[in-house]
Design a protein around this ligand. Sequence first.
Ligand code: HQG
Length: 173
Amino acid sequence: MGKFISFILRHEPKKIGLNLDENGWADVDDLIQKSVMNNVNFTKKDLEEIVDTNEKKRYSFNEDQTKIRANQGHSISINMEFKSVCPPEYLYHGTVVKFLPSINEKGIQKMSRQFVHLSVDESTALKVGCRHGKTVVLTICSNQIYKDGIIFHCSENGVWLTDYVDIKCIFKE
Ligand code: HQG
C-alpha cells in the first residue's frame, strides 16, 4: 500500500484519475475512492497509520486532514513551496558504482525527479544508494555550493534537495 500511495502521490496520480493541486495535495476521500475503483482498498484510518508510522515520514496531511501529499520525491511538476535554507557544511549522496563515470562527467543530476536528493548523514545515503546496486556515498560540499548562490531546500522529512551538484563540489580526499 505504501508503494502504491508513493507512486500515485509522487509520480502518476492520473493512473487512477486523481488530481493533485498545484502544491501536490490530493483530496483524501477522492484518493480513497479512486484507489478502491482501481482495486486498491484502504480506509482513512489506514492512511492515518501510514502517515504516522512511515519510517521516512514520506507523507503529510494538511491541518484538517482532508488532504494528503508526499513530502518529497516527486517526478511530476508541483510546487511544494519549499523555503531556501542554508545547508550544513557537508551533505551526502548515495549512488552506485555503475553511475560514477557519468556523474564524474556530468555532475549529480536530478534525473527523473524534481530535485537532486541529498542526505544529512552517510548511513542514510547508504540506504538510498543500495536501492540501485553496489553503493558509493559521495560527500557533497553543500555549504560551498550554497555560497556560490545555489538554492537548497529541506523537506518536511529531512531530505535535502537542490537542482544540481557540479563535480567540483563532490569532496575528494
Ligand atoms: C543517479 C528515495 C548517472 C543518482 C530515496 C541516483 C531518496 C546519475 C539515480 C529519493 C547522474 C537517480 C531519491 C548522472 C545522478 N549520471 N546517474 N549524471 N546523476 N544519478 O531514485 O537520489 O524511499 O531518482 O545517483 O530515499 O537515488 O522513495 O534518486 O542513483 O530520498 O522515499 O541517478 O528516493 O526515497 O535515482 O533517490 P532516484 P535517488 P523513497
